[in-house]
Design a protein around this ligand. Structure first.
Ligand SMILES: [Zn+2]
Length: 404
């Protein structure tokens, strides 16, 4: 083992390699610093005297499958210039860390494909060291995202874990990057985001989100002038929820056994997009039978299929007429559920039609949600919420494996 291998192999320069030991399957490389290399860490003066040392160990990249440690008696120096007595500065590691920069880079490379546990086992270190490296990397990269250039964003909440825990996620629609993760849902979860946004002086033009009154108020208050675009998937989902309730009510009220039977088990068929109905399981036939026997259900179902066209109109003016005609038909349908929904749409008219000014949705957040669900499998996800949030903010990059 030589001083030059130390430099070329392990990125340690300016030290003398003194000896190598093999202890319990581990390679220990001892180094020392020449007396004339000693500098005061405070003022940089070379006019120092040595005052003992403290032996410290640092993880180096392994040789093959053998873990390697650097053993360095770190000198303490008394400075004649500024009078301080301190440990000299170590240029190959972060302060108070037990691994070298080269080791850190190697861990990040492995993290691309391996879980924290796998990396830790492979390198013969505790998993908290690997986690610490990942967390510090993520913090440097993502803890303070640049918000200044934000123009179009999507806001949505996702449920995490088993209980009713939520995170509110803000996505930069231009880059696909998560720029904020708030704990909880609703107005409070977003409060820190508005603060950061104000400080960044970003000029957000449009926001895609669902029709929740809390978000609407918060966006109107904090993003004056930004256009709200109600996400079409959420609108259809809301309609589907109401449709499921209608079916349940009808099934309960159905007096004939046949009716009951036909309605039973059609819930999923009603919620499916017709192009996704599976003919092998007679789904189309069963759905049509249920619709034939239940006029209100049929009306509501076809009104939903109709509503989906709202986002496929050639221009805003046509869409506006389309929406009005839908609302009119719903109101005269005699079906309470449709009448209520028409009211909801009428109240949110401008945000629905705003889609024709900004063709955005919270759709890109769906992919992020799927990945977050994968992240959740990590047990430590909730023990260290900060780490979990950072991982979410790093999702659009592939430097770190999703599991682990
Ligand atoms: Zn000094």
């Amino acid at each position: 083992m030589s001083t030059s291998l130390l430099y070329h192999g392990f990125g340690i320069r300016g030290y003398r390699h003194t000896r190598t030991e093999y202890v319990e399957g581990r390679v220990l490389m001892w180094i020392e610093q020449a007396r004339d290399e000693l500098r005061c860490p405070q003022c940089g003066s070379a006019d120092v005297t040595r005052k003992g040392s403290e032996v410290r160990r640092f993880h180096l990249v392994p040789i093959g499958s053998k873990p390697v440690s650097l053993v360095f008696p770190v000198p303490r120096v008394a400075c004649c210039h500024c009078g301080g007595v301190r440990q000299v500065r170590i240029p190959f590691a972060w302060e108070r860390r037990t691994y070298t920069f080269a080791f850190e880079r190697y861990v990040m490379d492995l993290s691309r494909h391996m879980t924290i546990w796998d990396v830790a086992r492979h390198l013969g270190v505790g998993w908290y060291i690997v986690k610490d490296i990942q967390k510090r990397y993520l913090t440097r990269r993502f803890a303070r995202p640049k918000l200044k250039s934000l123009r179009q964003i999507a806001i949505d909440e996702i449920s995490i874990g088993k209980g009713h825990r939520y995170l509110t996620v803000v996505l930069n629609l231009a880059t696909g990057a998560v720029v904020f993760v708030g704990e909880g849902k609703g107005v409070e979860a977003l409060t820190p985001f508005w603060k950061k946004l104000r400080r960044s002086r970003a000029r957000v033009q449009a926001v895609a989100m669902d029709m929740s009154p809390a978000y609407i108020a918060a966006v109107q208050e904090n993003l004056r002038g930004a256009v709200i675009v109600f996400d079409h998937f959420h609108v259809i989902k809301l309609f589907n929820d109401r449709l499921a309730n209608l079916r349940r009510d009808l099934q309960r009220e159905a007096t004939e056994l046949l009716h009951k039977k036909v309605l039973k088990g059609t819930r999923w068929l009603l919620l499916k997009n017709p192009e996704n109905l599976d003919d092998r399981h007679r789904e189309r036939e069963r759905l049509e039978e249920a619709l034939r026997l239940n006029k209100p259900l049929a009306t509501a179902y076809y009104m939903k299929e109709d509503l989906r066209q709202l986002w496929d109109q050639p221009d805003k003016a046509t869409a506006e007429r389309f929406l009005q005609s839908w609302i009119d038909r719903a109101q005269t349908s005699g079906i309470r559920m449709l009448q209520d929904f028409a009211k909801t749409l009428a109240t949110h008219r401008s945000g629905l039609l705003a889609y024709y000014d900004y063709q955005i949705s919270t759709g890109p957040l769906e992919g992020t949600n799927t990945k977050i669900k994968l992240l959740q499998r990590q047990a430590y996800g909730f023990r260290d919420m900060e780490f979990f949030k950072l991982k979410i903010m790093g999702l659009h990059e592939t430097r770190i494996a999703l599991v682990g």
